[in-house]
Design a protein around this ligand. Structure first.
Ligand code: GUN
Ligand code: ZN
Length: 649
């Protein structure tokens, strides 16, 4: 089994999961097949939806003498007539629903292995949301015990060990840590069906975050029993990779029509608001007039089309960097989900999300409403303004936002900047932005409406006040004069820009470290933007046009290496990898022995050996917490190896 992420957004990821029956791209959906009553056959699913992974229940097969014999004689894939990946559940859910499941934990694990399941599940204890802390503690102790005795029985089958612990974050995290120590293949988050059925999405959010905080980040995470597409975007943004749906069939049996933003009763619809093949070829009245079985099947097909389409939307959102926008849009259509989204502003959730949030994105951040300003990326920008940005002057001039990039709309101010001993800060829609950072992501790369909601305005002004603190602030209106005390030789915008971006990107003081010496700026002839920065004739950094951030060159890396003490800005590799890395090969995760916890996905980093000698510069493709944990895949994409001799300067 391998699980290898390729693209990240929020705490979500697109990854490839390889099993003996193929490679699956996650996030994805596992339709539930009930071997006793198949509404849509696995064969039809393959044809209609390209289904490459599904889930069925081994307990149902085990209980039925005929199915059991068939499965034992010919295998599960033959029984279901499906050649893709099959995951099996264990009977835990039946015990949650019906109470009476008489099974030994190892009996059902052995059975799943015997019938050739690709991914089996242990017989975990379903921790109900109403369980007390003491009860939930007992649930997880038994679940962990069962996981530990089941793992030696898995053979070549992958084994899923669900995280339980009711609604208690401490128990969820603890259970996740204990299960991670056992090295299972896949970690479902269990016991959440009752939370979803009652739309307790804030509890669900807390449960997912607490579980993820304890889980081995290199393993896929399944949200057990989540079948309504409404919850998919948020769950993926929090780090869930797999979903299973019996909702498509259950809702259909109840005449309910799924939509990405909610559910409708079929009899209430006068039109079908969906482009799927069912809805494009039938009117609402035709669907309503169908006989029972025919209608249920048509509805189930529609429900599956919608569910798969939502997962494709999510994957497109991850690849495009707009997953938060999708989450916010969905939350706008469901009040319970809106509450869950609001919960993400809490410090613990922010910490978790910020750690996973990529440093920059391929496209602009778009405002959708009050939640936008609280996105981890914008909170991070504000936090780092306070911890990394250093005002070059004691006086600050605050100017209103006119357009983007900010400086382009203040030519009269830019012209006099080199004779103005003051910092200039834009009072932007999402908070303060020093003029020098106006081209750096996300300042230029964010789209806010002319008029924002009151909560956003209030938060932006709180951020501005926080930033200004005890600084001396002077008012200036366009056309106005500056106090004489402020006029005199000062830094021009270019110099302010490279220093400010370096400080924000690498840490306070980086600008001074990188750019001390004779400066030479190479600019694009077409856009007049800074392209390369040379210091004393050495090419130190390049500035990317797309996000206004720096790409580090070896000369720059050498300067940062001596200016910042280990482990800052560093990824350390094992001795085995040293010759490859020095030659410019990318750094595989399994060779990483250490990483600055302050680095983020997409960051430039210094690659060093155990003696802190520079081997090269590269760009992070994983979070610090994932490095060395993933046993497959690249952790750092090399830009430049130091080549030849190890560069110990
Ligand atoms: N299906 C839905 N919830 C659960 C759960 O908590 N455990 C297992 N094994 N299956 C489930
Ligand atoms: Zn449809």
């Amino acid at each position: 089994m391998t699980f290898e992420p390729t693209t990240h957004d929020a705490a979500g990821r697109i990854a490839h999961l390889t099993t003996p029956h193929g490679t699956i791209t996650t996030p994805t959906l596992l339709p539930v097949i009930n071997p006793n009553k198949t509404l849509i056959t696995p064969h039809d699913m393959t044809t209609l939806f390209h289904t490459d992974i599904l889930i069925t229940n081994s307990y149902i097969i085990y209980k039925d003498p005929h199915l059991r014999q068939q499965a034992l004689d010919h295998g599960l894939h033959h029984l279901l007539n499906f050649q893709g990946t099959i995951m099996t559940d264990s009977g835990t859910f039946q015990s949650h629903v019906y109470g009476d499941v008489h099974l030994e934990p190892l009996q059902i694990v052995d059975f799943q292995r015997h019938i050739g399941s690709d991914i089996g599940t242990i017989l975990d204890i379903f921790s109900e949301p109403h369980h007390t802390h003491t009860q939930a503690q007992t649930d997880i102790t038994e679940t962990i015990r069962r996981a530990s005795i089941s793992i030696p029985h898995k053979g070549t089958m992958m084994l899923a060990c669900p995280v339980q612990g009711g609604i208690y974050p401490d128990l969820r995290t603890h259970c996740a840590q204990e299960l991670s120590n056992l090295h299972a293949d896949l970690y479902p988050i269990g016991g959440v069906v009752p939370l979803m059925e009652t739309q307790r999405y804030t509890d669900l959010t807390n449960v997912i975050i607490a579980s993820k905080q304890g889980l081995d980040p290199s393993r896929p995470v399944h949200l057990f029993g989540a079948g309504h597409p409404l919850i998919f975007p948020l769950a993926v943004a929090l780090g869930c990779d797999l979903f299973d749906s019996s909702a498509y069939a259950k809702y259909a049996a109840d005449d309910r029509y799924l939509l990405p933003w909610g559910t409708e009763k079929l009899p209430d619809l006068t039109d079908l608001p969906c482009p799927c093949p069912i809805c494009s070829t039938h009117t609402a009245s035709e669907l309503q007039a169908m006989t029972g079985d025919e209608r249920v099947r048509a509805l189930a097909l529609h429900n599956l089309y919608v569910s798969y389409a939502e997962l494709r939307t999510i994957r497109a959102a991850i690849a495009g960097g707009w997953l938060w926008e999708l989450v916010e849009q969905r939350a706008a259509s469901n009040p319970a989900l809106a509450d869950a989204l609001r919960l993400l502003r809490e410090p613990n959730a922010q910490r978790f999300l910020e750690m996973h949030e990529p440093r920059s994105k391929a496209r602009a951040i778009r405002y959708t409403g009050t939640a936008t300003i609280f996105r981890p990326l914008l909170q991070r920008f504000q936090d780092q303004l306070l911890t990394r940005y250093e005002s070059p002057y004691t006086t600050t001039i605050v100017i209103p936002e006119r357009g983007k990039p900010f400086a382009a709309y203040y030519p009269e101010l830019v012209k006099v900047l080199s004779a103005l001993a003051a910092d200039v800060v834009v009072d932007s829609s999402f908070g303060p932005v020093p003029l020098a950072l106006d081209e750096m992501f996300p300042c230029a790369q964010s789209l806010f409406p002319g008029i924002v909601d009151d909560e956003t305005r209030h938060e932006a002004s709180r951020r501005l006040q926080d930033f200004l603190g005890k600084k001396t602030v002077i008012a200036w209106s366009p056309g106005g004069r500056f106090p004489d005390a402020l006029t005199g030789p000062a830094l021009d915008l270019d110099t302010r820009r490279i220093r400010a971006v370096a400080d924000m990107q690498f840490g306070r003081g980086a600008g001074a470290i990188l750019f001390s010496g004779r400066l030479q700026l190479v600019k694009s002839k077409a856009t007049l933007k800074i392209r390369n920065v040379l210091v004393d004739g050495e090419h130190v950094v390049s500035m990317r046009a797309a996000d206004g951030m720096f790409t580090l060159k070896l000369a720059g890396a050498r300067r940062l290496l001596s200016g910042f003490a280990a482990p800052l800005l560093r990824v350390t590799v094992n001795d085995d990898a040293v010759p490859f890395v020095r030659d410019g090969k990318s750094v595989f995760s399994k060779f990483v022995s250490g990483c600055d916890p302050g680095l983020r996905l997409g960051d430039e980093c210094l690659i060093v050996d155990g003696q802190d000698a520079l081997l090269g510069v590269g760009r992070l493709l994983l979070c610090p917490g994932e490095m060395g944990v993933f046993q497959v895949g690249v952790a750092v994409k090399m830009r430049e190896g130091s080549g030849g001799e190890v560069d110990a300067s």
